[in-house]
Design a protein around this ligand. Structure first.
Ligand code: NDP
Length: 261
């Protein structure tokens, strides 16, 4: 008799796992959330805007895999702690965290305001640390869990986006450090560094003139932008049991962009 499996091979009938995806209501985060739901997760999309998602009701948790929205600003340290504690108490565990929320500001270093710098660092670095620590504490207590942080090829440097590239590089350091600290206690931490995808961050860069679409396309060996589903595939694998021995790594999903960087 054959066994029904999810796209990553999880046998049907395994207990419902809980995943939190920050910035999961739109863009790449939404694609990641939908993929994790297809893999059998109850996915909490922790985002500032609800978009078209049903709101999470902790007193009536979804019994089936799917997406729900939880209001959250990742820069609000106290609110993140309280929200993650509430999710863990209601569901029994936080099995997966994807730190996806990210913003950027487009300006040369000499013209960048202190507020612009701090806004990006607050979301892209402090927000990632806050969520990683809050979810990590529950995962460590349970002795299992998987975290994926979304970095970027811009971690190598991106003219006109200093705070963005700086925070994306810092996320790689945080990922390898957390991966090393927590590996022996059952919690795996890895990162995905996407190339360019036709979603929010890329479109804003093109509109601001910081990113030149034709120049970027000419530099991508694959000859095209990534599809957000290709980033979701990588995340799905990194949080699955198929990548158990992958610890603290950054997986570039970039069509070969950084090969000649
Ligand atoms: P989007 O702007 O489309 O999506 C980002 C999501 O994060 C939005 O839903 C946004 O909410 C949410 N968000 C922003 N600030 C906060 C906050 N403080 N707390 C909670 N949620 C927040 O961006 P992308 O989908 O393009 O990018 C997603 C991730 O992928 C980012 O980390 C980005 O840096 C990374 N990335 C993107 C690439 C690209 O080419 N697009 C390339 C490489 C990496 P709202 O809708 O309200 O703004």
């Amino acid at each position: 008799m054959s066994t029904t499996t999810t796209p990553t091979g999880t046998p049907a009938g395994t207990p419902l796992r809980t995943a939190i995806v920050t910035g999961g209501a739109a863009g790449i985060g939404r694609q990641i959330a939908e993929r994790l739901a297809a893999d059998g997760h109850r996915v909490v999309c922790a985002d500032v805007v609800q978009h078209d998602l049903p709101a999470l009701d902790l007193a009536a948790l979804p019994a089936e895999p799917g997406l729900v929205w939880m209001p959250l600003d990742v820069t609000d340290h106290a609110a993140v702690g309280a929200a993650f504690d509430a999710v863990a108490a209601a569901t029994g565990s936080i099995d997966v965290l994807v730190n996806n929320a990210g913003i950027q500001r487009h300006r040369g270093i000499e013209d960048l305001s202190w507020d612009e710098w701090k806004a990006v660092v607050d979301v892209n670095l402090h927000g990632v640390f806050t969520c990683l620590q809050a979810a990590g504490r529950h995962m460590l207590a349970a002795g299992s869990g998987a975290i994926v942080n979304i970095s970027s090829v811009s971690a190598r440097g991106s003219a006109g986006r200093a705070p963005y590239s700086t925070t994306k590089a810092a996320v790689i350091g945080l990922t390898s450090t957390a991966g090393a600290e927590w590996a022996a206690r059952g919690v795996r931490v890895n990162a995905v560094a996407p190339g360019y995808i036709d979603t929010g961050v890329f479109r804003q860069g093109v509109a601001a003139g910081t990113l030149k679409e034709e120049t970027i396309l000419a530099r991508i060996p694959a000859g095209r932008l990534a599809d957000a589903s290709e980033i979701a595939n990588a995340v799905s694998w990194l949080v699955s049991d198929q990548s158990q021995y992958v610890i603290g790594q950054t997986l570039y999903v970039d069509g070969g962009f950084i090969v000649d960087y």
